[in-house]
Write a protein that binds this ligand. Structure first.
Ligand SMILES: Cc1cc2nc3c(=O)[nH]c(=O)nc-3n(C[C@H](O)[C@H](O)[C@H](O)COP(=O)(O)OP(=O)(O)OC[C@H]3O[C@@H](n4cnc5c(N)ncnc54)[C@H](O)[C@@H]3O)c2cc1C
Length: 511
């Protein structure tokens, strides 16, 4: 598909200033590069030509109509912490639509159990707001993302929230959205589409438009409000942990416990684990022992699983914990291939794990100078195989095999997340990383596993090349709602298709 985007000239800047006000339009080159710094994990990204900071859906509507008329790329950003996914990808970056001024918590309904937010509402803010005004309820913030990430950005990404083990991916928590299309229409999804109706039913008035915007990476339209489910926030909490000697046992023991749906497993809000490499890579590489024996002597299991448990009373919590111990340490143990044992956490470890929003993941930048999370979904029973292959390939490409995984909705799915620790000052490290991910992706797509946050240079092109029919259907819809393909070009293999799009992307440069 041939498409040419136009440059932003003085006339466009003038019109943007008329829409949002002079102080909310910035095209100073240093500021454009400062925005790049937010894409801490992005290895393909470009500076925008201008940052515009609207505050109402109507302003966004006018900006999109203007950009559509002049064929200028638009990239929406909420908190900007998705790892470069909210940054332009083309040399001619276009408009970065920074939604951070739209930061109102509009409504909380504790009977229908939802909260309505604007895109700029950050995890730290909404957590503090509920702590103060609705301590009996919890908003579904991302489990490990920094407080500056937004609750809506995580939902658009289909990320994992602090209650993902029980309620499924973050996108499942969304009951309705208000969306502005590149052609200027503003509409609401689900029951919210009926004027005066509450956002209580996501499928709403007929076939569902809702899902088009999850995993859209800003390539479909701009979401200006969302209603998300809130969940009870009981005060009796703990974290139980178990050690294993191989991936299979950690996978199978967790599955056995998670099948107790409508029972104890409904109290496991977050179930996550990984290998011992998750521990040393939080410190500087040259200062830390790299042999497992050292960590074993400190009591770190080779493989482990944590169950974060919430309950309404101490009695209920004790019941769940005792039953979980019985399942893992008595019922599962005889079929295990290796040793299975309780990993008794120190009260400070439990306290730190229960702290929300937590900052636990940020430390992986310490090992060298950069880190990158990549995220795959597999059926739960494929998790062990997936992580074994992944760790082998990471070692083949000379990365420490740092691997984390978690249960989605009672182990219906597994989210598999390697943490690539690398030196972001070295071009060869980026090349190694992309070579490793290319090999991983080819193997995983053949296995039928999917990347939930497909990157533009490897995952999206390879996935859509293989899933040709899915791409063609998606393209039909995209052409209908974004006829000039102005929304976040380069993402999801738009507009040039899986084979061509990577050629247009900018990214790290060879020296
Ligand atoms: C240290 C660290 C830990 C993390 N831990 C977690 C975790 O535990 N769970 C998890 O799920 N994720 C995690 N993440 C990833 C990420 O931070 C979260 O997904 C985050 O919540 C994204 O929100 P954001 O506001 O930063 O989104 P952004 O980066 O601003 O945007 C995310 C995507 O949505 C698009 N977008 C943004 N706003 C709009 C809009 N208004 N309309 C349409 N499209 C839009 C963007 O273009 C982008 O593609 C982590 C990231 C880091 C750096």
């Amino acid at each position: 598909m041939s498409i040419i985007y136009n440059e932003i000239d003085e006339n466009i800047i003038k019109k943007l200033k008329e829409i949002v006000g002079e102080e909310y339009v910035n095209d100073i080159p240093a500021m454009m590069h400062a925005y790049m710094a937010r894409g801490i994990m992005g290895i393909r990204a470009a500076p925008p030509n201008v940052v515009v900071r609207p505050i109402t859906p109507e302003e966004i509507q006018k900006i999109l109509i203007l950009a559509n008329e002049h064929k200028i790329p638009v990239t929406p950003m909420a908190g900007g912490l998705s790892g470069g996914f909210a940054l332009p990808l083309l040399k001619n970056g276009g408009i970065l639509l920074d939604c951070s001024r739209m930061n109102r918590i509009i409504e909380v309904d504790t009977n229908d159990r939802y909260v309505i937010v604007e895109p700029g509402v950050r995890a730290g803010e909404i957590w503090a707001y509920f702590h103060k005004h609705y301590p009996e309820w919890a908003p579904p913030i991302a489990d490990g993302a920094p407080p500056a990430a937004t609750i809506m950005g995580d939902a658009i990404e289909r990320g994992f929230s602090l209650v993902t083990g029980r309620y499924g991916p973050q996108a499942d928590m969304v009951l309705g959205m208000e969306v502005v299309l590149p052609t200027g229409e503003i509409f609401r999804t689900g029951s919210w589409g009926l004027p005066g109706a509450k956002p209580f039913y996501k499928y709403g008035l007929g076939p569902d438009l809702h899902s088009l915007f999850f995993g859209s990476q800003g390539a479909m339209g701009v979401i200006t409000k969302a209603a998300l489910k809130i969940v009870p926030h009981p005060k009796f909490k703990t974290v139980k942990a178990y050690g294993f000697e191989n991936w299979e046992d950690s996978q199978n023991a967790t599955l056995m416990a998670s099948k107790y749906e409508m029972g104890i497993a409904d109290h496991f809000v977050m179930v996550q684990g990984g290998n011992w490499w998750l521990v040393p890579t939080r410190w500087r590489k040259e200062k830390i022992p790299k042999k497992y024996d050292y960590w074993k002597n400190l009591g770190i299991p080779k493989y482990f699983m944590n169950f974060e448990i919430w309950a309404h009373s101490q009695e209920e919590l004790d019941f769940v914990c005792n039953k979980l111990d019985k399942i893992i340490l008595e019922d599962f143990k005889p079929s295990a291939k290796g040793k299975v044992y309780e990993w008794k956490l120190h009260p400070l470890q439990i306290q730190s794990r229960l702290l929300k929003p937590n900052k636990i993941a940020i430390s992986y930048g310490q090992w060298e100078q950069g880190f990158l999370f990549v995220t795959w979904y597999t059926p739960w029973v494929d998790a062990a195989e997936c992580m074994t292959i992944y760790c082998d390939l990471m070692e083949k490409y000379d990365f420490p095999p740092v691997m984390w995984y978690a249960s989605i909705d009672h182990c219906r799915e597994a989210i598999i997340m390697p943490i690539f620790c690398f030196d972001s000052r070295k071009t060869e490290d980026f090349e190694r990383l992309e070579a490793c991910e290319t090999e991983v992706t080819k193997v995983f797509l053949d296995k039928g596993w999917v990347n939930y946050r497909p990157n533009p240079s490897i995952h999206a092109p390879l996935t859509f090349e293989k899933a040709d029919m899915s791409y063609r259907m998606l393209k039909k819809v995209k052409e209908l709602i974004d006829p000039n393909m102005i929304m976040h070009p380069g993402r999801l293999a738009f507009p040039w298709g899986p084979k061509e799009t990577p050629k247009y992307l900018v990214g790290f440069r060879k020296k």
